[in-house]
Design a protein around this ligand. Structure first.
Ligand code: NDP
Length: 258
């Protein structure tokens, strides 16, 4: 028997999206709001967040800008408290802020290693630490909550000069599998989304000539994913019936081989 998806399957849900000032996070926040969720949007660039909130509200949604550096543990906790007070406790965390800085290991770009570790691992953990109590509480009351972490195909693939970035994403995927087992019995679904190349600001931060050349040539042969492709997938994951948890989703540009 066919089932009908309601027009706003996330009505009543309360989402927080990190890395919401551009790319995947921005598109996902907008899409989750369109699906009916109240959305807190979190990143460092206040103006971009305010524009996004204005767009969501213009479309009839409800949103809150949280200007926060996720590497700052105390600031993330304070933001979580503010969110609970002003928008309600989160029942959906899209833990998405991240940076990709490939470079040959022998260049010893230690500041870039550290930036990736600080954001992709420590920032991710800070957000999990601040919002997991809200997710567990919401799941106990409403029967479902979602923790969706942005990993990458780099978590599994082996790409020259991407060692540190890939290792941070392997961390995200492995952590997500563990947390799913731990939080699933409490009705918190845990997912890792692993995209191939998506056209965003991520590529703008790359400084390594070899990686830039590789990205440029891939653009000529592959139609990259758009942030909206990922946003739709996030909406789908969160809209599934509470009994169904998409543990790991790999989404590739159709013509990208690996
Ligand atoms: P963008 O560079 O467009 O987005 C990154 C977001 O992270 C921005 O909103 C940025 O906002 C935010 N951010 C960066 N540093 C911090 C910080 N210290 N505190 C809070 N927020 C921060 O890239 P994408 O949208 O592509 O990246 C989103 C995620 O997707 C990342 O985890 C990335 O690794 C992953 N990914 C991307 C792929 C791609 O090809 N684009 C492929 C696979 C995975 P602000 O600067 O305002 O703080």
């Amino acid at each position: 028997m066919a089932t009908q998806t309601p027009a706003r399957p996330l009505a009543g849900r309360v989402a927080v999206v990190t890395g919401a000032s551009s790319g995947i996070g921005e598109a996902s926040a907008e899409h989750l709001a369109w699906l009916g969720a109240r959305v807190a949007v979190l990143a460092r660039r206040a103006e971009r967040l305010n524009d996004l909130v204005a767009r969501i509200e213009k479309n009839g949604g409800q949103a809150l800008a949280l200007t926060v550096d996720v590497t700052d543990t105390t600031a993330v906790r304070t933001a979580a408290e503010r969110m609970a007070a002003e928008l309600g406790g989160a029942d959906l965390l899209f833990n998405n802020a991240g940076v990709m800085l490939p470079a040959p290991i022998e260049e010893l770009a230690t500041d870039q290693w550290q930036r990736q570790i600080d954001l992709n691992i420590t920032g991710l953990m800070n957000t999990i630490g601040a919002f997991t109590p809200q997710l567990v509480k919401a799941a106990g009351e409403r029967g479902v909550a979602d923790l969706i972490n942005t990993s990458s195909i780099a978590a599994h693939g082996v790409f020259p000069n991407f060692a540190v970035y890939s290792a941070t994403k392997a961390y995200v995927t492995h952590l997500s599998r563990h947390l799913r087992v731990e939080l699933g019995p409490k009705n918190v679904r845990v997912s890792a989304i692993e995209p191939g190349i998506v056209g965003t600001e991520l590529q703008n931060h790359v400084t390594d000539d070899g990686a830039l050349a590789w990205l440029e040539s891939s653009k000529e042969t592959v139609e990259w994913l758009t942030p909206q492709d990922i946003a739709q997938t996030i909406g789908f994951i969160a809209s599934l019936p509470p009994r169904a948890n998409l543990q790991q989703v790999t989404i590739m540009p159709t013509a990208q081989p690996s």
